[in-house]
Every structure is written in structure tokens, then in C-alpha cells.
Design a protein around this ligand. Structure first.
Ligand code: MRU
Length: 364
């Protein structure tokens, strides 16, 4: 029987002008693939978390901007670039916190602009179909790189744990949040292939339950020993000595190492510090934002109150009219982070220095 891990999180089906995603709002009860064809469909899918997780959002945005430009009628490069910027701005407005969204859109824009500039320098006139082909290839490259990067994060993360360890994770930074392996789950999947016999604790992750619905589903389907806990149980599990390491994903890492991730992550990090348990943030370099100095500069998405008061309940469970606070993310201070696991290795504090060194070495 097909497992959830046999499906692609995000795929471009070029001949149908569609992005195909698994509608993650329906998991684990129903595995439904849906087509995204228009700008509005792509925007809504990102906003509604039908496709979610920083790297998967980036891949979807890359395919999205390609598809929105694929049938462009632009006659000149100016018209083309104006349309490109407009479409990119629109997709970028769907969610503010995960930097992979703007990162992928900027990367797509830069690639095609550089191509157009090079053509001009060589004396060739604007070639619409060639520009569109450049966008197609770049969007597929972003996806292929995501798979490679996650695997390398897995290899680097696996050096931090040993056979039989208990690992706690928060939200879903799994395959469903990427194109394969996940980030926080990559060491778990690679270790599982090698017989590590991890015991994984998944915070359910209120209010949208990505931990219970998605991470637990993925890991359990892979045959990994998986236990779901309510968010308010993580301290008690840590106190029992059952957790040797914590791996989480992130949506944006500032240049000083402060890391935004799903709401509740900073609680886990604070408790982990109290119990002396290493807390690792798994971050592809596409999630590290050198233009954001500290966590205070990260825009935190605020979501609808009904996600807290009504979703998952048969009846509304909080009084009508009561105030609700529903930030989708929080920022974990760099002082609580034991290591940032990237595709290039494990970074250690002081993060402003180690992050800069990594970018200088690999990202120039
Ligand atoms: O609101 P979501 O479900 O998109 O939040 C996702 C997370 O917080 C993930 O941990 C993060 O994007 C990293 S995914 C590899």
C-alpha cells in the first residue's frame, strides 16, 4: 500500500500548467492531491496551509511564479519584468514569516533578469520563450536542491545523536514541509535506515496540530517509534530523561542566530535548557536571512482567532467575544540554541560569527 511518504509534497506538472500538492489540511484522514493553476489558487494554498513548511512554500512559489509567467504575452523585456514583479509581489504577500517564500521568488527573478541582461549584452533581442524556459529550469533546480540539502542536514544532524536516543520535535519540519526527508526529521529518517531505533516524541502543536497530524503520521508510516504528546507535556517528558535531543525546523533565522519557528518552539527550547538537553535548529541556508539582524526584526504572522477557539472542536470552546492571541510563530533566542544544523555543517555560538563565516565560505 502507498504510504504518505510515497507522495510528492509539491510537484510541477508542466503539461497541465499545474502545481500538484497534497492538501495538508486534510491529513491524516484523507490524502487528496489538488491542482494549483491560478495565482489565487497558489496564494490561497499557501495562506490556508494546504502547502506549508518553509522549504515547501519556497518550492511552491518557484513553480508558481514560473506558471504565472508561462503564458505571458509581454512584447518587451520591460513588460515582462513588470509582470514578473507584480506576480512575485502577489505570491509573496501570502505569508510573512518563512523567508523561503521571498528567497525563492527573488532567486527566480534574479535568474531570469540575469539571463535577459546577458542576452542584451550579447546583442540579442528579447526572447520570451527562452526567458520562460530559464524560469522553468530554475524552479526545478530549487526543488532538486531542497532534496539534496535536506539529506545533508540529515547526515550532519545524525552525528549529534546515538542509537536508541529519545528525540523530541515540534510542529512539522518533515517530508511534508520539504520535498524529501524534511529538516528536523532528516536525521531521524537517515538514522532509521541505519537501525538507530530512535524514540520520537511529537508535540501535537496547537492550534493547527502539525505535530500530531503530520509529523506523527509521517514517522509512524515509516515504522519509526513515535509518540504524540500534548504541547504542555514536553517538560514532563524531558524531566523523565526520555529525551536526549531536540530537533526543530525554522522559518527564518536572523543573522545573529535567533530563530523563528512554529509557536511554542521557544517554550521547548527554554525547558530544554533547564534540563540540559541539547536543542538543535535544522536550517537550510535558504532559511537563514542575512538581511534580518535579530529575531526582533522578524515579522510574525498573526492568524485567525477561530483556529484557537473553534477548529478541531465540535462546538466553540471559548466564550464568545473573548480576546484571542494567535501568533503562528515565536522566536527562540540564540542563547537557547545548542547548534544550528545546516547543509554545510553544525554551526555553534557565537552565531553572528559562525553564520557569517559559513556564508562567506559557501554563499559568495
Ligand atoms: O505554519 P507552518 O505549518 O507552515 O509552520 C511550519 C514550521 O514552523 C516548520 O517548523 C518550519 O517551516 C520548518 S519546515 C522544514
Amino acid at each position: 500500500m502507498k504510504s504518505i511518504l510515497d507522495y510528492e509534497t509539491v510537484a510541477l506538472v508542466d503539461e497541465r500548467d499545474a502545481i500538484v500538492i497534497i492538501d495538508q489540511t486534510l491529513l491524516p484522514g484523507e490524502t487528496k492531491l489538488i491542482d494549483l493553476k491560478t495565482g489565487e489558487e497558489i496564494w490561497n494554498a499557501i495562506y490556508l496551509l494546504q502547502v506549508r513548511g518553509a522549504p515547501a512554500i519556497g518550492v511552491c512559489a518557484g513553480f508558481g511564479i514560473y506558471l504565472l509567467m508561462k503564458h505571458s504575452k509581454a512584447q518587451t523585456e520591460e513588460e515582462f519584468l513588470e509582470e514578473l514583479n507584480k506576480n512575485a509581489d502577489y505570491l509573496n504577500s501570502s505569508r510573512p514569516t518563512a523567508v523561503n517564500l521571498s528567497w525563492a521568488l527573488e532567486r527566480m527573478k534574479k535568474k531570469v533578469k540575469d539571463f535577459i541582461d546577458d542576452e542584451k549584452k550579447s546583442g540579442r533581442s528579447f526572447d520570451l520563450s527562452a526567458a520562460i524556459k530559464v524560469m522553468h529550469d530554475e524552479s526545478e533546480t530549487i526543488k532538486a536542491e531542497d532534496i539534496d540539502v535536506c539529506r545533508r542536514i540529515g547526515e550532519n544532524g545524525l552525528t549529534l545523536v546515538k542509537k536508541g536516543d529519545g528525540i523530541l520535535t515540534h510542529c512539522n519540519a518533515g517530508q511534508l514541509a520539504t520535498c524529501k526527508y524534511g529538516t528536523a526529521t532528516a536525521p531521524i529518517y537517515l538514522g532509521h535506515e541505519k537501525g538507530y531505533n530512535f524514540h520520537v516524541y511529537c508535540d501535537e502543536t496547537r492550534p493547527l496540530l502539525q505535530g500530531a497530524r503530520l509529523t506523527a503520521y509521517e514517522l509512524h508510516s515509516a515504522g519509526i517509534d513515535t509518540t504524540v504528546i500534548c504541547d504542555n507535556m514536553s517538560a514532563s517528558i524531558m524531566k523523565t530523561g526520555k529525551v536526549q535531543a531536540i530537533f526543530v525546523g525554522c522559518d527564518r533565522v536572523a543573522a545573529n542566530g535567533d530563530a523563528a519557528n512554529k509557536i511554542g518552539t521557544s517554550v521547548v527550547a527554554t525547558v530544554a535548557k533547564h534540563y540540559g538537553i541539547p536543542f538543535y535548529v535544522c536550517a537550510p541556508t535558504s532559511t537563514i536571512d542575512m538581511n534580518t539582524a535579530t529575531g526582533d526584526d522578524i515579522v510574525i504572522e498573526q492568524r485567525k482567532p477561530e483556529e484557537v477557539t473553534e477548529m478541531w472542536y465540535e462546538k466553540r470552546m471559548a466564550p464568545e467575544g473573548v480576546k484571542v492571541y494567535n501568533p503562528a510563530f515565536d522566536v527562540t533566542d540564540n542563547s537557547l540554541i545548542t547548534g544550528i544544523v545546516t547543509e554545510y555543517g553544525v554551526l555553534r555560538a557565537p552565531y553572528d560569527k559562525s553564520i557569517k563565516e559559513m556564508f562567506d565560505k559557501y554563499k559568495k
